[in-house]
Design a protein around this ligand. Sequence first.
Ligand code: FES
Ligand code: FES
Length: 174
Amino acid sequence: MTDLVKVQFHVNGRPVKADVPTDLPLLDFLQEELGLSGTRLCCGIGVCKACTVAARRVPTSQAQPMLACSTPVALLQGQSITTVEGTGSMEKPSAIQQAFLDHFAFQCGYCTPGFVMATEMLIERLRARPVRPDQLDAAIEDAVGQHVCRCTGYARYHQAIRAVVMAEKGLVTA
Ligand code: FES
Ligand code: FES
């Protein structure tokens, strides 16, 4: 019989309490227990970043990328997780989601939730530590350069991210 672990954490601001198998991946828990299907399973081995969510050790700490395919829920005690569902909706897309739409950044869209989450975290970092204009491309590359898009939308994602960063005052300083 699989051992169960008690875990309490937050998903998109909502408290979650569960007894989970020690090896249950966060991705399975999000999709099957919470009905949050936006986080995508692609490679399943921590390479493509499609399953990226944002994790905070405490609610006020800076969000860090977490790969939901390879992170056991049992390790999330006390953390706060944000998934793509926590950033915007069909009716009210976030600024990042709107920029991806405006720039035709994606085709099939399978990789898009991962790009959305990585861009959310990039913008949060830039709010805390703005960059010079000549550093912006490197900051974008650092945020999403490891994300795989099988439809090869890389250039348009980059353009969309650049546009959404430049549209918010104070993220890039002269
Ligand atoms: S599905 Fe998690 S990194 Fe590819
Ligand atoms: S838009 Fe299809 S994988 Fe990226």
